[in-house]
Design a protein around this ligand. Sequence first.
Ligand SMILES: Nc1ncnc2c1ncn2[C@@H]1O[C@H](COP(=O)(O)OP(=O)(O)OP(=O)(O)O)[C@@H](O)[C@H]1O
Ligand SMILES: O=C(O)C1=C[C@@H](O)[C@@H](O)[C@H](O)C1
Ligand SMILES: [Mg+2]
Length: 172
Amino acid sequence: MTSEAEPLTLVLVGPMAAGKTSVGRRVARRLRVAFIDTDKRVVAEHGPIPAIFAEHGEEYFRDLERAAVAAALTEGGVISLGGGAVTDAGTRELLRAHPVVFLTVSADAVADRIRGSSRPLLAGEDPLARWQAIFEERRGWYDEVSSTTFDTSRRPMQRIADEIVAWRREQR
Ligand SMILES: Nc1ncnc2c1ncn2[C@@H]1O[C@H](COP(=O)(O)OP(=O)(O)OP(=O)(O)O)[C@@H](O)[C@H]1O
Ligand SMILES: O=C(O)C1=C[C@@H](O)[C@@H](O)[C@H](O)C1
Ligand SMILES: [Mg+2]
């Protein structure tokens, strides 16, 4: 049984708009554990992400993100990370002791999801090309920290969430 003292913790990583937040929330609901989105934690404590990048730079954002990940892992539950959290060696180290799910998505499917995005790393011309280049740069890190992969390209979010729940229950 899942006890409140020891929730079924799992972490979701993957590229921007893979569905970490939307799918993660559904997984948490099914597992009846807390849901934490580290981007939302950082925003709540430090303000909008584009402003943090503009005023302090990406490295500063990664420090805030690492602290949010560490706090979330202490609390437990389903924890969705920002797309670039795995670029930070300290954050990758924090993830080593936990079940991590890598959500993938095809460029075709993600095109609609990132239209009009406020994500600072997709600002400028051709956000889809930027998204692809950034994903390729980070793919090795996603593979390194994760123990399983689910693709979110063309399937309903609830179905993906149910598959992740089944996988997590098998890991106990
Ligand atoms: N399986 C899916 N099918 C259709 N749309 C989806 C699916 N998964 C996510 N989306 C949509 O894609 C958008 C981005 O999803 P979400 O914010 O959950 O991504 P994310 O991985 O958390 O991104 P970020 O790295 O920026 O935090 C949302 O509008 C969401 O509704
Ligand atoms: O992929 C990234 O580097 C980012 C993804 C978002 O979740 C946010 O964490 C931020 O916009 C940076
Ligand atoms: Mg998110």
